[in-house]
Design a protein around this ligand. Sequence first.
Ligand code: HEC
Length: 157
Amino acid sequence: MIRQFWLATAAVLCITAPASSETAPTAVAFDDGAIEASLTGGPGDAAAGKKVMTTASLGNCVACHQIGTIPEADFQGDIAPPLDGVADRYSEAQLRGLVANAKMTFEGSFMPAFYKTEGFIRPGAAYSGKAPTEALPPILTAQQVEDVVAYLITMTE
Ligand code: HEC
């Protein structure tokens, strides 16, 4: 009985405890554009990543990239290189860096930085001349970045 109580308590703690190993957007260390360690401290979920990549309010990668492995996504853009075979061209660490902030790999890229909260030019700031007071949330969470990376590393040809 007591043992069951403790097991239940432990299970609840596991679910509710904050992910202490998560790397905040401002604490990400880039090494030549790449990020070695998982932002969550664990692996991502490729199926969830696929959803992020095709959801307009999240990754919306298909707006710019053709992704042959997701033919069900309509209206794929072609203003960026196709992502097919991307795992043959880049390591997992490089792909993580590209998703978090592609500008660290391709200077001046117009690909959005998905895991970044600082350094944006905000609407309004140019008019008011005031420095931004609070950080914007990143477009994707650490978990969503890892989910996308998990899908990208399956994209071999
Ligand atoms: C607004 C357009 C846009 C969106 C949205 C976008 N990208 Fe990109 N991406 C680019 C461009 C442009 C490049 C080429 C690098 C450059 O010159 O800027 C690129 C390059 C890449 C590369 C390197 C490809 C190669 O073969 O060199 C990867 C990987 C990548 N993007 C992944 C993603 C993922 C994953 C998403 C969604 C989470 C995404 N991109 C969303 C525009 C975009």
